[in-house]
Design a binder for this molecule. Sequence first.
Ligand SMILES: C[S@@+](CC[C@H](N)C(=O)[O-])C[C@H]1O[C@@H](n2cnc3c(N)ncnc32)[C@H](O)[C@@H]1O
Length: 224
Amino acid sequence: MRIDILTLFPEMFSSLSASLLGKAQEKDILQINIINIRDFSKDKHKKTDDYTFGGGNGMLMTPQPIYDAMTSIEGYESAHKIYLSPRGKVFKQEMVKSLTDFDHLIFLCGHYEGVDQRVVDMLIDEEISIGDFVLTGGELPAMVIIDAVSRYLPGVLGNSQSTEEESFSSGLLEYPQYTRPAEFMGRRVPEVLLSGDHEKIRKWRENEAKKVTLARRPDIIKKD
Ligand SMILES: C[S@@+](CC[C@H](N)C(=O)[O-])C[C@H]1O[C@@H](n2cnc3c(N)ncnc32)[C@H](O)[C@@H]1O
């Protein structure tokens, strides 16, 4: 998958080269390209923001540098172009899988009070919010989405890590998990997990997943 990110703060994306996403890029499963919107400003001071028409507090990102940055990307017309915005559709696990259907994603990160509506209307396919709160910029939301989507790309997770049995994949939160030692500060791991009886373990996990979901997130339980 190819991902282009349009931002005024490219340095915020240095963490994308760490851990599994870094390995995915080394293996060429994922190609991430970061574009500094400021490089495209035609203003003599490289300005990328201005006051809003109609008044109001704060500055808005101007359309020209964003338009030129976006249209400089090879194949931008057929890529799926996302603007990170608190006004967008709230990001959920089912959206993660649908984004893996695209082989080219472009993320536009807003800053200040956001971006001029005309570039959204002219260039953007989908607006996504990562939750009902307001952040200073779209950079963290872009990284959240890229991380969640990358986990579904074949070869990113090792065999030991699976997307099949984790929270949300089956409409349930995940059951509690334990590792060595079997006893820690007087607390023992549930005996069933040490029994070696796979059917009993499966049933215990299923039951625990239902319990935790009912207690914390009854809204996500799938009704058949
Ligand atoms: C301070 S916010 C702008 C908020 C905007 N004035 C509003 O009231 O909707 C600056 C930028 O951060 C990003 N942003 C902030 N909160 C976000 C969220 N919950 N999800 C996705 N992007 C967000 C967007 O790219 C936005 O353009």
